[in-house]
Design a protein around this ligand. Structure first.
Ligand SMILES: Cc1ncc(COP(=O)(O)O)c(C=O)c1O
Length: 392
């Protein structure tokens, strides 16, 4: 008999009808414009090979420094990143990981036993389900609601079960771009203290506020409740290929020290960040702002094009406010099913994500679009969406 597989991968057993239709189109070599593509490199953003090469301090390459937290100079550069944002972070409270996603998996290992539960916001980006399943952890969503155009926590939605260990928040969120503001931080802090939960705060998109948005800033300065902030080079320095992220351990000193002691064992088991990436990180992080600014400008340009298209097309759609981030959310006309539209868009050679991929409220249909695309391609994509909407 062949060996049995773990049920952790149960989520991978049933490809949905949309993914199948997309794969069919690709295998038939039909053109497909991917309007969900949020990889900066596909949109022409990134560092040159010469720049990357010059950032890797070659003299450090010969040996692996066995500090499970990561090289001291690398952590000092991350601490500087936070000082530039007005917050003091001790390099001793920092752990390098290969990515924010890996940071999540380490925190799930730190805080949860298999079968335990983590509260996650909804809508949110779908990778959380996969990361949790791989750790044997169950997710319990708490819905965010729209209040005067802002996504906030509905306190009635915050409920624990017998095995809830942690609560995730995303500051600012993907795809909604909503920050975790003061009101929601107070709510989360009180709730976490009451139920002895750790808070995991994902801040990968912190540096991408839309123009005119007042950002509440990072939450790394939390002192009352056990809080772990996640971020990484993939968004902060537009360098996903370098594979480096980090965890900042915040909260009460005693608990933070114990968290660090335990995280050190987890990090030590993997030592997953390459020395090359660690050596490059300080330069990348110090020099990233112009690149981030060009991404923010591109996102604003495509967002303006999307809004103009909505008006010109006459479709009764609207574009949701975007406080931050790289994604545009198109609210569909009443009665248009997001799934039908996504299938029709596929027929037109356009791939975009329906709102349910992110747990958007089912009362309205939504399409989630990457605003990073080359503007000419984005406008081609909108023409295809226009045709698809007319048929939907
Ligand atoms: C909110 C959010 N957090 C984390 C990640 C993953 O980041 P990383 O590339 O560092 O794993 C993503 C990826 O898009 C994301 O949208």
């Amino acid at each position: 008999m062949a060996p049995m597989f773990s049920t952790r991968l149960a989520f991978a057993d049933v490809p949905n009808a949309l993914s199948k239709a997309k794969a069919k189109r690709l295998s038939a070599n039909l053109p497909l414009l991917d309007m969900s593509d949020a990889n900066p490199a596909s949109a022409g953003f990134g560092w040159s090979v010469a720049e990357l090469g010059s950032f890797i301090r070659k003299e450090g390459l010969q040996r692996q420094e066995p500090d499970p937290r990561g090289l001291a100079a690398t952590r000092a550069a991350i601490a500087d990143y936070y000082s530039a944002r007005g917050v003091r972070v001790s390099a001793d409270r920092l752990f390098l990981s290969a990515s924010t996603s890996e940071g999540y998996s380490w925190l799930f290992k730190l805080l949860c036993n298999p079968g335990d539960e983590v509260l996650v916001p909804e809508p949110a980006y779908p990778l959380l389900e996969v990361l949790a399943a791989l750790e044997g952890v169950t997710l319990r969503p708490y819905k965010l609601t729209q209040l005067a155009g802002e996504w906030v926590i509905d306190p009635g939605q915050l409920k624990v079960g017998g095995r809830t260990k942690a609560i995730v928040c995303i500051n600012p969120s993907n795809p909604t771009g909503a920050f975790v503001g003061r009101r929601d931080r107070d709510l989360l802090r009180n709730f976490a203290l009451k139920h002895s939960l750790g808070i995991i705060c994902d801040e990968v998109f912190l540096d991408y506020p839309a123009e005119g948005t007042v950002s509440p800033g990072t939450w790394v300065d939390e002192t009352q409740v056990a809080l772990y902030v996640l971020s990484g080079l993939s968004k902060v320095a537009v360098a996903p290929q370098l594979k480096a992220g980090w965890i900042v351990v915040a909260g009460p000193a005693n608990h933070a020290a114990e968290s660090c002691r335990r995280l050190e064992h987890i990090a030590d088991a993997f030592l997953s960040v390459s020395t090359a990436a660690q050596l490059a990180l300080p330069d990348l992080i110090r020099r990233a702002e112009p690149l981030r600014a060009s991404l923010r400008a591109r996102v604003a340009q495509n967002e303006a094009a999307l809004k103009a298209w909505v008006v010109a097309s006459g479709h009764p759609c609207s574009v949701l406010p975007r406080p931050a981030g790289w994604m545009g959310i198109l609210a569909l006309p009443t009665g248009v099913s997001e799934e039908r539209l996504t299938f029709n868009a596929l027929d037109e050679g356009i791939w975009a994500h329906p709102g349910y991929f992110y747990g958007m409220p089912a009362t309205t249909g939504y399409l989630i679009l990457s605003l990073l695309l080359d503007p000419a391609q984005f406008s081609e994509g909108l023409k295809g969406l226009d045709r698809a909407l007319r048929r939907s």
